[in-house]
Design a protein around this ligand. Structure first.
Ligand SMILES: Cc1cc2nc3c(=O)[nH]c(=O)nc-3n(C[C@H](O)[C@H](O)[C@H](O)COP(=O)(O)OP(=O)(O)OC[C@H]3O[C@@H](n4cnc5c(N)ncnc54)[C@H](O)[C@@H]3O)c2cc1C
Length: 114
């Protein structure tokens, strides 16, 4: 989605930017998103919309890179062969090789600044 918020409503994790099973990074992305949103709201103090904007700006490139990896993996599952079983056409991706780092700001220190 082009936006993850409208007014005071903000989407985090799968609700806003679910990445494919092909990345193995969906929980990381959701947790980083939650940390960045909490951190930006805390550091922007009384500026709610500034905090929301900083969350979207700070996270967008990381989410996009993860979504690009998912597309590149092209790990589209076949139709389930038996109930609950899904086979991958090109094998299970090497999740460990796909891990993308995200440098979190030191929000605790930023919050303490006057
Ligand atoms: C089969 C499967 C395998 C996966 N494997 C991996 C993996 O190996 N590695 C990985 O990183 N990710 C994996 N994922 C993805 C990962 O589980 C999700 O990306 C992650 O859980 C997203 O977290 P979230 O907090 O955004 O959403 P969720 O974990 O879906 O949390 C949303 C919560 O909101 C609750 N909720 C919904 N509607 C309402 C409502 N109206 N009121 C109150 N509560 C509500 C739900 O009950 C749920 O508890 C997998 C997902 C699936 C389905």
């Amino acid at each position: 989605m082009s936006r993850w918020s409208r007014g005071r409503i903000v989407l985090v994790g799968d609700a806003g930017y679910a990445v494919s099973l092909g990345t193995g990074q969906a929980i990381s992305v959701a947790m980083v998103g939650a940390c960045v949103l909490a951190g930006e709201l805390a550091t922007h103090k009384d500026d709610l919309f500034g905090g929301i904007a900083a969350y979207e700006e700070g996270l967008r490139a990381y989410v996009t890179r993860n979504q690009d990896i998912a597309l590149a993996q092209d790990a589209k599952p076949d139709e389930p062969t038996v109930e609950g079983e899904i086979a991958f056409t090109r094998g299970i991706p090497d999740f460990g090789a796909l891990t993308l780092p995200f440098a979190l700001k030191n929000y605790e220190e930023l919050v303490r600044r006057p």
